[in-house]
Design a protein around this ligand. Structure first.
Ligand code: GDP
Length: 445
């Protein structure tokens, strides 16, 4: 238990006005606050209707309240939830009353989750999963985040860490036993076999990691081609709503250069390079700079042309699909996929009428499916997790390599491996990291 002397509160639901708003409190002051507002503490963990009153006894709102005494609560502390009507007036009144209570203050971003973490309710990988779940845009991202939140990586890391510590103990026992001279091989061999097996498991998870990380970030598709080819029009078709300004004059696509799409559950960001051009407006310059950076790292380029002669400007090393646009102007043209060569398919579309779009979309979904592959087994979703797991694997490898030089050296490497896993779980040495991680969260979470 990690007691905090301050009680925190926050509006945990969305922006008012809304049908219902949830104000959440955590800390020693949650119970007294509930008592002050409702007259008495409700029974634990039961939704209870209550009239909330201010300090003069005037009613604030007819509410439903919940009382979760610690440690059996989300944060491990006393937690109260006030489900009120989601008007600005109700929330403002409630918040100003709470702010005036002793040792009570508005919560920082992610502070509820941070307290849950500090009280051992969740490990750091689970906190990251929670953050991903809140920010998930597509169904596949949601499922992946939920796996993380359920502690799949955390459970594995804990088990590896325990086993590494035990293997290290075996080796150290051997060192004590041998006293001087070499540790008998029959003591070292089983420990080494154990470490090799752990290393294989970790390497397997590392090998499968790329895709889970990708699913979190999404796939980037760039629409490029000569001016007036119809890039912005295609962007609008893909987004099925008016996202970019389409105009016959070059240079008019200004603001929206990126749009996030949900393609069959896969997150895909489409960048319209028509928006990438010289500009004197500093804000726009920054947008253009970012779009250019992202376009350079595109996973797929759709090269849009009006005719076959148009020159291709290669902007990435990645795959390029040719898309011939404006077929509505060419009476004899067929629409859709006109060459199915998997490396560089050619499509014929009319971005304006939508002809041929279904083939192109279907191909994009297929591309996304291949790109993300099976993410069901991916456990690593972040750079932080990958780095620490790689460090663990490297230390295990070194421990195997140095054991002939001295068992103490091997045991030391095992300690380094266990430490890296401890940091993955957030159990050691992460104070500086916590601010960074929890800052990403929403207020009230
Ligand atoms: P960008 O400069 O590549 O972004 O091109 P725009 O999307 O702004 O399109 C340039 C012009 O071509 C606009 O007048 C569009 O309406 C027109 N256009 C785009 N796609 C089509 C199409 O499929 N058929 C026809 N006929 N015109 C199109």
């Amino acid at each position: 238990m990690h007691p905090h002397d301050q009680t925190i509160f926050a509006l945990s639901s969305g922006r008012p006005p809304s049908a219902i708003a949830i104000v959440r409190l955590s800390g020693v002051g949650a119970g007294p606050a509930l008592q002050t507002l409702t007259g008495k503490l409700p029974p634990p963990r039961l939704a209870t209707r209550a009239l909330l009153r201010d300090d003069r006894g005037d009613p604030i709102d007819d509410a439903v309240v919940l009382w979760f005494p610690g440690p059996a609560s989300a944060t491990g502390e006393d937690v109260a939830e006030l489900h009120v009507h989601g008007s600005r007036a109700v929330i403002t009144t409630l918040v100003s009353l709470l702010s005036a209570m002793p040792q009570m203050r508005a919560a920082d971003r992610g502070e509820f989750t941070r307290r849950a973490f500090e009280n051992g309710k969740i490990d750091l990988t689970e906190a990251e999963g929670l953050d991903d779940l809140i920010h998930a845009d597509t169904d596949r991202q949601r499922r992946q985040a939920l796996r993380q939140l359920k502690g799949l990586l955390g459970d594995k890391a804990r088990s590896w860490r325990d086993q590494i510590i035990q293997a290290a103990a075996l080796i150290e026992a051997g060192i004590d036993f041998a006293d001087e001279g070499d540790v008998p091989a029959e003591l070292i061999a089983p420990a080494l076999a154990w470490i090799r097996q752990l290393l294989a498991e970790i390497e397997e998870v590392l090998a499968a990691q790329g895709r889970a990380e990708r699913l979190r970030d999404g796939l980037t598709v760039v629409i490029a081609g000569p001016p007036n080819a119809g890039k912005s029009t295609l962007m609008n078709q893909l987004a099925r709503r008016e996202v970019a300004i389409v105009s016959p004059h070059a240079g008019t696509t200004r603001d929206l250069i990126e749009v996030a799409l949900d393609l069959d559950g896969y997150p895909v960001t489409v960048i319209d390079t028509a928006g990438i051009r010289q500009t004197d407006d500093p804000v726009e310059q920054e947008g253009v700079r970012r779009a250019r950076d992202r376009a350079a790292q595109a996973d797929l380029v759709l090269w849009l042309t009006e005719d076959d002669q148009a020159e291709l400007e290669r902007q990435t090393d990645g795959p390029i699909w040719f898309v011939r646009n404006k077929i509505d102007l060419m009476i004899t043209e067929q629409s859709g996929a006109i060459s199915v060569s998997p490396e560089s398919p050619v499509f014929a579309i009319s971005a304006r009428s939508g002809a041929g779009m279904s083939d192109l979309l279907e191909a994009l979904v297929g591309f996304a499916r291949d790109y993300f592959g099976s993410t069901e087994h991916g456990l690593i979703t972040r750079e932080r997790q990958r780095t620490l797991l790689s460090e663990t694997a490297a230390a295990l490898r070194r421990s195997i390599a140095v054991v002939d030089l001295g068992e103490e050296l091997a045991a030391e490497e095992l300690r380094i491996a266990a430490l890296a896993l401890g940091r993955l779980l957030g159990r050691v040495d992460v104070e500086d990291l916590l601010d960074v991680i929890f800052r990403e969260f929403c207020i009230g979470k």
